[in-house]
Design a protein around this ligand. Structure first.
Ligand code: CLF
Ligand code: SF4
Length: 298
Protein backbone atom coordinates (compact mmCIF):
# COMPACT_ATOMS: atom_id res chain seq x y z
CA UNK A 1 0.00 0.00 0.00
CA UNK A 2 1.28 3.45 -0.91
CA UNK A 3 -0.58 5.50 1.64
CA UNK A 4 0.63 6.89 4.95
CA UNK A 5 -1.16 5.68 8.04
CA UNK A 6 -1.92 8.07 10.89
CA UNK A 7 1.47 7.50 12.45
CA UNK A 8 2.20 11.23 12.64
CA UNK A 9 -1.12 11.91 14.28
CA UNK A 10 -0.92 9.86 17.46
CA UNK A 11 -3.61 11.80 19.30
CA UNK A 12 -6.04 11.57 16.40
CA UNK A 13 -5.37 7.88 15.98
CA UNK A 14 -6.08 7.30 19.66
CA UNK A 15 -9.04 9.65 20.14
CA UNK A 16 -10.82 10.57 16.89
CA UNK A 17 -13.79 8.25 16.28
CA UNK A 18 -14.01 9.07 12.56
CA UNK A 19 -10.36 9.12 11.58
CA UNK A 20 -9.53 5.98 13.51
CA UNK A 21 -11.60 2.81 13.47
CA UNK A 22 -9.77 1.65 16.60
CA UNK A 23 -10.94 4.78 18.44
CA UNK A 24 -14.57 4.76 17.36
CA UNK A 25 -16.04 2.53 20.07
CA UNK A 26 -14.45 4.33 22.99
CA UNK A 27 -14.76 7.96 21.87
CA UNK A 28 -17.65 10.30 21.12
CA UNK A 29 -18.10 13.38 19.03
CA UNK A 30 -20.48 16.30 19.07
CA UNK A 31 -21.57 18.42 16.10
CA UNK A 32 -22.55 21.97 16.93
CA UNK A 33 -25.00 23.22 14.27
CA UNK A 34 -23.93 26.87 14.12
CA UNK A 35 -23.48 27.08 10.32
CA UNK A 36 -26.78 27.40 8.40
CA UNK A 37 -25.57 29.18 5.23
CA UNK A 38 -24.07 27.40 2.26
CA UNK A 39 -22.07 28.84 -0.61
CA UNK A 40 -22.62 26.16 -3.24
CA UNK A 41 -25.50 24.02 -4.46
CA UNK A 42 -24.89 20.30 -4.67
CA UNK A 43 -27.39 18.47 -6.80
CA UNK A 44 -28.03 15.93 -4.04
CA UNK A 45 -28.89 18.47 -1.37
CA UNK A 46 -32.16 19.96 -0.25
CA UNK A 47 -31.45 22.98 1.94
CA UNK A 48 -34.05 22.22 4.57
CA UNK A 49 -32.32 18.92 5.32
CA UNK A 50 -29.01 18.33 7.05
CA UNK A 51 -25.84 18.56 4.98
CA UNK A 52 -25.53 15.38 2.93
CA UNK A 53 -21.75 15.81 3.13
CA UNK A 54 -21.82 14.73 6.72
CA UNK A 55 -25.36 13.68 7.61
CA UNK A 56 -28.39 11.61 6.88
CA UNK A 57 -31.45 13.45 5.64
CA UNK A 58 -33.42 14.78 8.55
CA UNK A 59 -34.18 18.32 9.51
CA UNK A 60 -31.63 19.51 12.03
CA UNK A 61 -33.44 20.11 15.30
CA UNK A 62 -32.33 23.72 15.27
CA UNK A 63 -29.54 26.07 14.34
CA UNK A 64 -27.82 27.51 17.40
CA UNK A 65 -25.65 30.55 18.13
CA UNK A 66 -22.03 30.31 19.34
CA UNK A 67 -23.25 31.15 22.86
CA UNK A 68 -25.79 28.33 22.74
CA UNK A 69 -23.20 25.98 21.25
CA UNK A 70 -20.76 26.67 24.07
CA UNK A 71 -23.49 26.24 26.67
CA UNK A 72 -24.55 22.93 25.06
CA UNK A 73 -21.00 21.70 24.82
CA UNK A 74 -20.02 22.52 28.40
CA UNK A 75 -23.22 20.90 29.67
CA UNK A 76 -22.78 17.71 27.65
CA UNK A 77 -19.04 17.38 28.15
CA UNK A 78 -19.83 16.74 31.81
CA UNK A 79 -22.38 14.02 30.93
CA UNK A 80 -20.28 12.33 28.25
CA UNK A 81 -16.90 11.30 29.61
CA UNK A 82 -15.96 9.70 26.29
CA UNK A 83 -16.35 12.99 24.41
CA UNK A 84 -13.15 13.61 22.49
CA UNK A 85 -14.15 15.66 19.44
CA UNK A 86 -16.16 18.87 18.98
CA UNK A 87 -16.97 19.73 15.38
CA UNK A 88 -18.93 22.01 13.11
CA UNK A 89 -20.47 20.08 10.23
CA UNK A 90 -23.34 22.19 8.96
CA UNK A 91 -26.17 22.23 8.34
CA UNK A 92 -24.65 24.47 5.61
CA UNK A 93 -20.96 24.96 4.94
CA UNK A 94 -18.98 25.79 8.10
CA UNK A 95 -16.58 28.07 6.24
CA UNK A 96 -19.46 30.17 4.91
CA UNK A 97 -20.43 31.14 8.47
CA UNK A 98 -18.39 33.38 10.77
CA UNK A 99 -20.12 31.69 13.73
CA UNK A 100 -17.99 28.62 13.02
CA UNK A 101 -14.73 30.42 13.80
CA UNK A 102 -16.09 32.09 16.91
CA UNK A 103 -17.41 28.76 18.20
CA UNK A 104 -14.23 26.79 17.51
CA UNK A 105 -11.99 29.45 18.95
CA UNK A 106 -14.01 29.56 22.17
CA UNK A 107 -13.93 25.75 22.43
CA UNK A 108 -10.17 25.83 22.01
CA UNK A 109 -9.89 28.42 24.81
CA UNK A 110 -12.25 26.77 27.27
CA UNK A 111 -12.00 23.01 26.58
CA UNK A 112 -8.48 22.56 25.20
CA UNK A 113 -8.51 18.78 25.68
CA UNK A 114 -11.10 18.33 22.95
CA UNK A 115 -9.97 17.74 19.38
CA UNK A 116 -11.59 20.31 17.09
CA UNK A 117 -12.88 19.18 13.71
CA UNK A 118 -14.62 20.73 10.70
CA UNK A 119 -16.13 19.47 7.46
CA UNK A 120 -16.39 21.67 4.40
CA UNK A 121 -17.18 21.65 0.70
CA UNK A 122 -13.77 23.31 0.26
CA UNK A 123 -14.78 26.41 -1.70
CA UNK A 124 -13.33 28.79 0.91
CA UNK A 125 -10.63 26.47 2.20
CA UNK A 126 -7.55 28.14 0.61
CA UNK A 127 -8.66 31.43 2.14
CA UNK A 128 -9.25 29.98 5.60
CA UNK A 129 -6.58 27.34 6.25
CA UNK A 130 -4.50 29.73 8.39
CA UNK A 131 -7.52 30.77 10.37
CA UNK A 132 -8.44 27.15 10.99
CA UNK A 133 -4.93 26.50 12.29
CA UNK A 134 -5.27 29.56 14.54
CA UNK A 135 -8.47 28.26 16.13
CA UNK A 136 -6.79 24.93 16.86
CA UNK A 137 -8.16 22.63 14.15
CA UNK A 138 -6.54 19.19 14.29
CA UNK A 139 -8.64 17.37 11.70
CA UNK A 140 -10.56 18.45 8.64
CA UNK A 141 -12.87 16.85 6.10
CA UNK A 142 -13.25 18.14 2.56
CA UNK A 143 -16.02 16.70 0.43
CA UNK A 144 -14.66 16.21 -3.06
CA UNK A 145 -16.77 14.35 -5.57
CA UNK A 146 -14.79 14.79 -8.79
CA UNK A 147 -11.51 15.64 -10.45
CA UNK A 148 -12.92 16.31 -13.91
CA UNK A 149 -14.93 19.38 -14.82
CA UNK A 150 -17.43 17.40 -16.94
CA UNK A 151 -18.25 15.13 -14.02
CA UNK A 152 -18.37 17.93 -11.46
CA UNK A 153 -20.74 19.88 -13.74
CA UNK A 154 -23.33 17.12 -13.17
CA UNK A 155 -22.98 17.41 -9.40
CA UNK A 156 -22.83 21.14 -8.65
CA UNK A 157 -25.28 23.79 -9.86
CA UNK A 158 -23.68 27.05 -8.74
CA UNK A 159 -21.28 28.66 -6.32
CA UNK A 160 -21.46 31.90 -4.40
CA UNK A 161 -17.86 33.08 -4.32
CA UNK A 162 -16.79 36.31 -2.66
CA UNK A 163 -20.31 37.69 -3.07
CA UNK A 164 -20.72 36.64 -6.72
CA UNK A 165 -23.18 33.99 -7.84
CA UNK A 166 -21.40 31.99 -10.54
CA UNK A 167 -22.74 29.20 -12.76
CA UNK A 168 -21.30 27.08 -15.56
CA UNK A 169 -17.68 26.24 -16.23
CA UNK A 170 -16.21 29.11 -14.20
CA UNK A 171 -18.12 27.92 -11.13
CA UNK A 172 -17.04 24.31 -11.51
CA UNK A 173 -13.41 25.19 -12.19
CA UNK A 174 -13.23 27.52 -9.20
CA UNK A 175 -14.79 24.97 -6.89
CA UNK A 176 -12.55 22.08 -7.98
CA UNK A 177 -9.40 24.21 -7.87
CA UNK A 178 -10.20 25.48 -4.39
CA UNK A 179 -11.14 22.05 -3.06
CA UNK A 180 -7.90 20.42 -4.18
CA UNK A 181 -5.70 23.42 -3.38
CA UNK A 182 -7.33 23.82 0.03
CA UNK A 183 -6.88 20.13 0.88
CA UNK A 184 -3.20 20.30 -0.10
CA UNK A 185 -2.67 23.50 1.92
CA UNK A 186 -4.33 21.93 4.96
CA UNK A 187 -2.06 18.87 4.72
CA UNK A 188 0.96 21.17 4.52
CA UNK A 189 -0.28 23.11 7.52
CA UNK A 190 -0.13 19.91 9.59
CA UNK A 191 -3.85 19.17 9.73
CA UNK A 192 -5.04 15.57 9.47
CA UNK A 193 -7.17 15.66 6.30
CA UNK A 194 -9.91 13.30 5.17
CA UNK A 195 -11.71 13.45 1.85
CA UNK A 196 -15.37 12.49 1.77
CA UNK A 197 -16.69 11.41 -1.61
CA UNK A 198 -20.38 10.94 -2.26
CA UNK A 199 -20.50 7.95 -4.60
CA UNK A 200 -23.10 8.64 -7.29
CA UNK A 201 -23.72 5.69 -9.64
CA UNK A 202 -23.55 6.72 -13.28
CA UNK A 203 -21.93 10.05 -12.40
CA UNK A 204 -18.64 9.68 -10.51
CA UNK A 205 -18.28 5.91 -10.46
CA UNK A 206 -15.59 4.01 -12.37
CA UNK A 207 -12.43 5.94 -13.23
CA UNK A 208 -13.54 9.18 -11.56
CA UNK A 209 -13.61 7.87 -8.01
CA UNK A 210 -10.28 6.13 -8.59
CA UNK A 211 -8.82 9.42 -9.85
CA UNK A 212 -10.02 11.13 -6.68
CA UNK A 213 -8.27 8.48 -4.60
CA UNK A 214 -5.04 8.77 -6.62
CA UNK A 215 -4.95 12.55 -6.43
CA UNK A 216 -5.77 12.52 -2.72
CA UNK A 217 -2.87 10.16 -2.06
CA UNK A 218 -0.58 12.34 -4.15
CA UNK A 219 -1.23 15.48 -2.08
CA UNK A 220 -0.86 13.63 1.24
CA UNK A 221 -4.49 13.30 2.33
CA UNK A 222 -4.71 10.82 5.20
CA UNK A 223 -8.03 9.12 4.73
CA UNK A 224 -10.85 8.71 2.20
CA UNK A 225 -14.47 8.17 3.10
CA UNK A 226 -16.63 6.98 0.19
CA UNK A 227 -20.26 7.47 1.15
CA UNK A 228 -23.29 6.11 -0.72
CA UNK A 229 -25.53 8.70 -2.38
CA UNK A 230 -28.76 9.32 -0.53
CA UNK A 231 -31.09 9.80 -3.53
CA UNK A 232 -32.91 13.10 -3.28
CA UNK A 233 -33.25 16.46 -5.03
CA UNK A 234 -31.64 16.34 -8.51
CA UNK A 235 -30.53 12.76 -7.94
CA UNK A 236 -33.81 11.46 -6.56
CA UNK A 237 -34.15 9.01 -9.46
CA UNK A 238 -30.65 7.58 -9.11
CA UNK A 239 -30.55 4.22 -7.35
CA UNK A 240 -28.48 4.32 -4.17
CA UNK A 241 -25.36 2.16 -4.45
CA UNK A 242 -25.54 -1.18 -2.66
CA UNK A 243 -23.26 -2.13 0.21
CA UNK A 244 -21.53 -4.52 -2.19
CA UNK A 245 -20.82 -1.72 -4.68
CA UNK A 246 -19.46 0.53 -1.94
CA UNK A 247 -17.26 -2.27 -0.58
CA UNK A 248 -15.92 -2.93 -4.08
CA UNK A 249 -15.07 0.70 -4.79
CA UNK A 250 -13.48 1.12 -1.37
CA UNK A 251 -11.39 -1.95 -2.05
CA UNK A 252 -10.12 -0.51 -5.36
CA UNK A 253 -9.48 2.96 -3.94
CA UNK A 254 -7.83 1.39 -0.90
CA UNK A 255 -4.89 0.54 -3.07
CA UNK A 256 -4.08 4.25 -3.20
CA UNK A 257 -5.37 5.70 0.06
CA UNK A 258 -6.57 4.35 3.39
CA UNK A 259 -10.35 3.95 3.48
CA UNK A 260 -12.82 4.78 6.22
CA UNK A 261 -15.40 2.00 6.54
CA UNK A 262 -17.38 2.94 9.64
CA UNK A 263 -19.00 6.26 8.68
CA UNK A 264 -22.62 6.70 9.81
CA UNK A 265 -23.44 9.79 7.68
CA UNK A 266 -24.24 11.82 10.78
CA UNK A 267 -26.63 14.68 11.36
CA UNK A 268 -25.20 18.15 11.79
CA UNK A 269 -26.30 18.11 15.43
CA UNK A 270 -25.08 14.57 16.13
CA UNK A 271 -23.86 13.67 19.60
CA UNK A 272 -22.39 10.57 21.21
CA UNK A 273 -20.68 7.48 19.93
CA UNK A 274 -21.07 7.33 16.13
CA UNK A 275 -22.67 3.88 16.37
CA UNK A 276 -25.27 4.85 18.96
CA UNK A 277 -26.25 8.46 18.41
CA UNK A 278 -27.89 10.21 21.32
CA UNK A 279 -30.84 12.58 21.10
CA UNK A 280 -29.08 15.84 21.81
CA UNK A 281 -32.28 17.67 22.82
CA UNK A 282 -33.07 15.01 25.43
CA UNK A 283 -29.51 15.00 26.71
CA UNK A 284 -29.65 18.78 27.20
CA UNK A 285 -32.97 18.43 28.96
CA UNK A 286 -31.67 15.69 31.30
CA UNK A 287 -28.67 17.81 32.00
CA UNK A 288 -30.85 20.80 32.94
CA UNK A 289 -32.94 18.54 35.17
CA UNK A 290 -29.76 17.16 36.71
CA UNK A 291 -30.73 13.51 36.01
CA UNK A 292 -28.93 10.65 34.32
CA UNK A 293 -32.00 9.39 32.51
CA UNK A 294 -35.69 10.02 33.15
CA UNK A 295 -38.47 7.78 31.85
CA UNK A 296 -41.22 10.15 32.96
CA UNK A 297 -39.99 13.39 31.49
CA UNK A 298 -42.98 13.64 29.13
FE1 CLF B 1 -17.85 15.27 12.59
FE2 CLF B 1 -16.92 14.64 10.29
FE3 CLF B 1 -15.29 15.59 12.11
FE4 CLF B 1 -16.32 13.16 12.35
S1 CLF B 1 -18.44 13.10 11.48
S2 CLF B 1 -16.95 16.69 11.16
S3 CLF B 1 -14.90 13.85 10.75
S4 CLF B 1 -16.24 14.73 13.95
FE5 CLF B 1 -17.55 10.86 11.08
FE6 CLF B 1 -20.09 11.28 10.92
FE7 CLF B 1 -18.91 9.93 9.00
FE8 CLF B 1 -18.46 12.50 9.29
S5 CLF B 1 -19.11 9.28 11.13
S6 CLF B 1 -20.40 11.62 8.78
S7 CLF B 1 -16.95 10.91 8.97
FE1 SF4 C 1 -25.88 20.96 0.79
FE2 SF4 C 1 -23.60 20.59 2.09
FE3 SF4 C 1 -23.63 20.71 -0.62
FE4 SF4 C 1 -24.03 22.90 0.82
S1 SF4 C 1 -22.15 21.67 0.75
S2 SF4 C 1 -25.24 22.25 -0.94
S3 SF4 C 1 -25.21 22.12 2.58
S4 SF4 C 1 -24.58 19.11 0.68
Amino acid sequence: MAYTVLSDFKEIKERHPCFSKEAHHANSRIHLPVAPACNIQCNYCIRKFDCVNESRPGVTSNVISPDEALERLHMLAVREEALSVAAVAGPGDPLANSATFETLSRINDTLPDLLICVSTNGLMLPQYVDRLVDVGIKSLTVTINAVNIEVAAKIYLWINYNGRLIRGEEAIKTLLENQWLGAAMAVKAGICVKINTVFIPGVNDGAEVLDIAKRAELIGVHLMNIMPLIPQAGFKNVKAPSRKEIDAVRFECGYFIKQMTHCMQCRSDAFGNICEDKDVELEVLYSRLGVEYCENVF
